[in-house]
Design a protein around this ligand. Structure first.
Ligand SMILES: Nc1ncnc2c1ncn2[C@@H]1O[C@H](COP(=O)(O)OP(=O)(O)OP(=O)(O)O)[C@@H](O)[C@H]1O
Ligand SMILES: O=P(O)(O)OC[C@H]1O[C@H](OP(=O)(O)OP(=O)(O)O)[C@H](O)[C@@H]1O
Ligand SMILES: O=C(O)c1cccnc1
Length: 488
């Protein structure tokens, strides 16, 4: 048997090219040059009008613990890295400064979700894990929030663990879904780790095991106070619902007949009929829950059909972000220290205007109209600017610059918070409940036009004049340099 190393570190959870670039920087004595990187995505997922940022807690855990262990170094030694470089890696810790959006913040394309200022070697090595974390968790929180927009005040249960892309995804995906507005999860470990309420019914296997639906319901009721009976193993209306009612009547006050669950068939028709039967039997407070490949589209459709469903159990299509399995957030360098210790802005040019990076250290502000407490848009400014002092504030589209407006009577709310300061964690992570409430209440800032699930209005994310001018100047500089290049 091949003897593999113990999985005792996440620091090596990075792409090989990051280590190779780090080696180049180190051998060139360039590794301590301060660099600034930003994390952002270019396109909203699922055609939604906003995204919900999640992943910060795990990023913090990762950066706090960042160091190469003996097993990491042994493995790298085996790959041919030399001792002097390994010694450098051994002593490396994260010493940078990180600014980030709060978890649960609504976020939009092209705005920095995180800003990392660190020696280039450190900043480079943490790119892959940060993207790995933020891309997935933000995607799932957004999907969950989108589902919440459709279900209104109904209950949403996260049922996805069995279909998730492995165990970590189930756990952190569940947490992200809770931030996005789900009410509970079936994953007991997620409850233990994060305090997320846990909820669950029973499976078809229990009914099949007893080989008799009535007996199965009765045995369950004899061992549980709170009962939800799964009524679709044989025939929902002829067998499942009548058996559930029969057991509930027999058990009387000994149980809370909380709900029935329907997991197959025509959920609209069956739920309407089941509602009538429960009501007729006097169980008007007993809820109906449904599951079976649900997503926001099916739920919307079921609601238009008048389905009598109060509780939605959602697995696969949430936890795997089935219709768009990747967010596409990137990590781009925007400034680097030169040999004189001065920070110089950097730019990446592309034939595709959306892929041209925006140089310089930036901050993101939400421009909130004080008259109606609605957001006018987000405003990306250079680090030294203070948009609050500009009255009126000109906001213009960063690509179609003729689209502009002047805003008065506004609050420019800065969205970044300092998380690490020179390697020291200075941010106190809010409790998960607080993050979830913040995500819900914060959405009140958005007009409904941005929140609808189909063809929402495009929320403005504008650049300040100085930020835009700086970008244009850098584009000119690069073009001039390229034009003067002589290739021998
Ligand atoms: N009234 C309805 N309108 C729209 N979609 C529905 C309705 N009822 C159920 N669905 C959805 O239809 C899809 C497929 O249901 P289908 O009947 O094929 O499978 P099922 O009943 O779940 O059976 P099984 O689980 O045994 O495959 C599911 O995604 C389900 O959520
Ligand atoms: O459909 P999803 O949104 O992914 O929700 C999770 C599904 O997992 C269970 O089915 P499964 O067939 O795995 O087990 P069961 O025998 O208990 O129905 C449950 O009944 C749901 O249908
Ligand atoms: O508790 C349930 O009903 C449940 C849990 C996981 C997956 N499907 C259903």
């Amino acid at each position: 048997m091949i003897d593999f190393y113990n999985d005792d570190s996440l620091s090596i959870h990075t792409d090989l090219y990051q280590i190779n670039m780090t080696e180049t920087y180190w051998r060139d004595n360039f590794h301590n040059r301060k660099a600034v990187f930003e994390v952002y995505f270019r396109k909203l997922p699922f055609g939604n009008g906003y995204a919900i940022f999640a992943g910060l807690e795990k990023v913090i855990q990762f950066l706090k613990e960042f160091h190469f262990t003996e097993t990491d170094l042994s493995y790298l030694r085996e790959q041919g890295y030399e001792e002097d470089f390994l010694k450098y890696l051994k002593n490396m810790r994260f010493t940078g400064t990180v600014k980030a959006m709060k978890e649960g913040e609504m976020v939009f394309p092209n705005e920095p979700l995180l800003r990392i200022e660190a020696p280039i070697a450190e900043a480079q090595l943490i790119e892959t894990p940060i993207l790995n974390i933020v891309n997935y968790q933000t995607l799932i929180a957004t999907k969950a929030s989108r589902i919440r927009q459709i279900i209104g005040d109904d209950v949403a249960l996260e049922f996805g663990t069995r279909r998730a892309q492995e165990m970590e995804a189930a756990i952190w995906g569940t947490r992200a879904a809770y931030i996005g507005g789900f009410d509970a999860t079936s994953n007991v470990r997620a409850g233990k780790l994060f305090g997320i309420p846990i909820a669950g019914t029973h499976a078809h296997s229990m009914v099949q095991a007893y080989q008799d639906e009535y007996t199965a319901f009765k045995k369950y009721a004899e061992s549980h106070k709170n009962c939800t009976f799964l009524v679709d193993t044989y025939d929902v209306l002829r067998s499942g619902v009548p058996n559930a009612i029969k057991v509930a009547k027999e058990m009387g006050d000994k149980i809370n007949f909380q709900s029935i669950r329907i997991d197959s068939g025509d959920l609209a028709y069956l739920s309407k009929q089941a509602r009538k039967m429960l009501d007729a039997a006097g169980y008007t407070n007993t809820k109906i829950s449904a599951s079976s490949d649900l997503d926001e589209y099916t739920i919307m459709n079921l609601k238009t059909q008048g389905a009598k469903i109060d509780i939605w159990g959602i697995g696969t299509k949430l936890i795997t972000a089935y219709d768009q399995p990747a967010l596409g957030a990137v990590y781009k360098i925007v400034a680097i220290e030169n040999e004189n210790g001065e920070m110089k802005d950097t730019i990446k040019i592309s034939a595709n205007p959306e892929k041209v990076t925006t140089p310089g250290l930036k901050r993101v502000y939400r421009i909130i109209n004080k008259g109606n407490n609605k957001s006018e848009g987000d405003y990306i400014a250079l680090d030294y600017e203070n948009p609050q002092e500009e009255e009126p504030l000109k906001m213009f589209h960063p690509v179609h610059t003729y689209i502009s407006k002047f805003v008065t009577n506004f609050e420019a709310r800065e969205l970044h918070h300092t998380i690490f300061e020179n390697g020291k964690l200075v941010y106190e992570m809010p409790h998960l409940e607080e993050i979830r409430s913040f995500a819900r209440e914060n959405l009140e800032l958005l007009w409904d036009e941005y929140k609808r699930t189909l063809h929402p209005e495009q929320y403005p994310v504008d650049l300040s004049q100085a930020c835009w001018d700086n970008k244009m100047q850098k584009i000119e500089e690069v073009k001039t340099k390229v034009a003067k290049m002589k290739i021998n």
